[in-house]
Write a protein that binds this ligand. Structure first.
Ligand code: ATP
Length: 457
């Protein structure tokens, strides 16, 4: 049934993903011993490795591979005028309705039309309140008093930190238009509906890049960034038939945007936004000029010192949402034997090796006869260059399965032959193929395999 509703036909369900994530230490509920904190999650040993690698991969794709894009790490706490200028104080709201009887709170746009029209609760049939605007920004106070003078917001997007630094960066780094500024960092939104695991949370991370262009060239650059972001996912080995574009209609378009497309991914619960590519026009810089009183025009020294406020093309992806997407995308169940028991199946996460939390696992066939020492010794050699794991507990088949479930692309087994001729077994996660490789060539072999990795359908 669910498949018909969502279009998703793969083996993952959100229950399976959530339970695997907990069991293997990817993601835990925040403050679980106190019953959990809604909308907040903790990243365990495998989760933080995966998250760091996704961030590093994005950072490389957006900065290292583009001469004209530089990085920034702005503070989460910003001057409150920032959010007046950006329009968030006024516009960053969700429409809310409450049920007077069961007290459930709904986002009005998620309540069926007929319930909204006759004001009945879709859960219990009780009476619904009128729709009210609810601002999604978290408020706090800075300083010793809790009055409005110390009002401060947790940033709901990383973008504004880039805009308010754009002049600093032009001056310090002699940037010329077109150029970009990339940033990865936390953002906070008081989301009302936080279901679907880490898909929509109150505390999350964004990977945003703001590209400053000359007015009139914005449409061209917008199309160019759409192409580049699509190619990014292709290179990461994501199932491309699980990605699609969704153009914002007039009722979805943010107050600052001229055009906006989302890249949507087919999650087990259906098509959902993964990333937005937006033409934010010169709205933000114009507003910051107005609110700060500072001149934020760009002076084009190569063109008679022409002055203008640049247009901005934004690519805005969720880091934590990308992590969820990659786990769902990588998740597979494969029949590998026919004995009629649970061992016939393996669960495997087919991560691209550049993001896999562990790249190589060293597994001595036996603990004894010096095999463990040899494997540990090899791990020490490899760990300068790769994220490694070591496992000597239990049958070798079981250990492979454990690594499959963690998404480790390469396992290396040290056996008796290794002691004789210095070769080891390299086992591939995806095909389960095993080959013998001289120990001295192992690191280079793995490096090549990572470089030439192509996901098989
Ligand atoms: P939605 O309409 O789903 O609330 P949005 O359109 O407001 O999202 P943007 O403001 O464009 O989202 O944010 C850019 C990206 O940041 C999103 O594509 C998503 O990947 C991520 N993101 C936004 N809100 C959240 C959240 N509450 N939890 C996790 N990731 C989020």
């Amino acid at each position: 049934m669910a498949e018909e509703l969502t279009g998703y036909t793969g083996p993952a369900t959100m229950e399976k993903i959530t339970s695997l994530a907990k069991r293997r230490g990817f993601v835990f509920q925040s403050s679980e011993i106190y019953g959990g904190q809604n909308g907040a999650w903790d990243y365990g040993p495998l989760g933080i490795e995966l998250k760091n690698r996704i961030a590093a991969n994005w950072w490389k794709a957006m900065t290292q591979l583009h001469d004209e894009i530089v990085g920034l790490d702005a503070a989460i706490l910003m001057h409150p005028r920032t959010w007046e200028a950006s329009g968030h104080v006024e516009n960053f709201t969700d429409p809310l309705v409450d049920c007077k009887k069961c007290k459930t709170r709904f986002r009005a746009d998620m309540v069926p039309d007929e319930n909204l029209a006759n004001k009945t609760c879709p859960e219990c049939g009780g009476e619904l309140t009128d729709t009210r605007k609810f601002n999604l920004m978290f408020k706090s106070h800075i300083g010793p008093t809790e009055d409005n003078a110390g009002l401060i917001y947790l940033r709901p997007e990383t973008a504004q930190g880039i805009y308010v630094n754009y002049k600093n960066i032009i001056q310090s780094n002699r940037m010329k238009i077109p150029f970009g500024i990339a940033q990865i960092g936390k953002a906070f939104r008081n989301e009302i509906v936080t279901k679907n695991f880490i898909f929509r949370t109150c505390e999350f991370e964004q990977m945003e890049m703001q590209y400053f262009v000359k007015p009139g060239t914005d449409v061209e650059w917008f199309n160019e960034w759409k192409k580049r972001r699509w190619a990014y996912y292709e290179k990461l080995g994501v199932k491309m038939d699980h990605l699609r574009w969704h153009q914002h209609g007039p009722d979805e378009l943010a107050h600052y945007a001229k055009d906006a497309y989302d890249i949507q991914y087919l999650f087990p619960m259906g098509w959902r936004e993964l990333e937005g590519v937006h033409n934010r026009t010169n709205y933000d810089l114009t507003r910051h000029t107005e609110y700060s009183g500072k001149d934020l025009q760009y002076i084009d020294q190569d063109n008679n010192n022409d002055r203008y406020i640049p247009f901005i093309i934004e690519t805005s992806a969720g880091l934590t949402r990308t992590l969820l997407m990659l786990i769902c995308d990588a998740y597979d169940e494969e029949k590998v034997a026919d004995k009629g028991d649970a061992d016939d199946w393996r669960t495997v996460l087919r991560f691209h090796p550049v993001v896999a939390p562990v790249t190589v696992a060293m597994l001595p066939l036996m603990k004894k006869d010096g095999l463990a020492e040899m494997a540990q010794d090899m791990r020490n050699e490899l760990k300068e260059d790769f994220a490694t794991d070591y496992d000597q507990a239990g049958a070798i088949g079981r250990r492979y399965r454990r690594q499959d479930e963690a998404g480790t692309p390469f396992c290396v087994t040290v056996d008796y032959q290794s002691k004789e001729d210095g070769t080891v077994t390299l086992r591939y996660r995806d095909s389960m193929e095993q080959i013998r490789v001289p120990r001295t060539e192992l690191a280079e072999k793995i490096r090549q395999e990572i470089k030439s990795y192509k996901r098989k359908a």
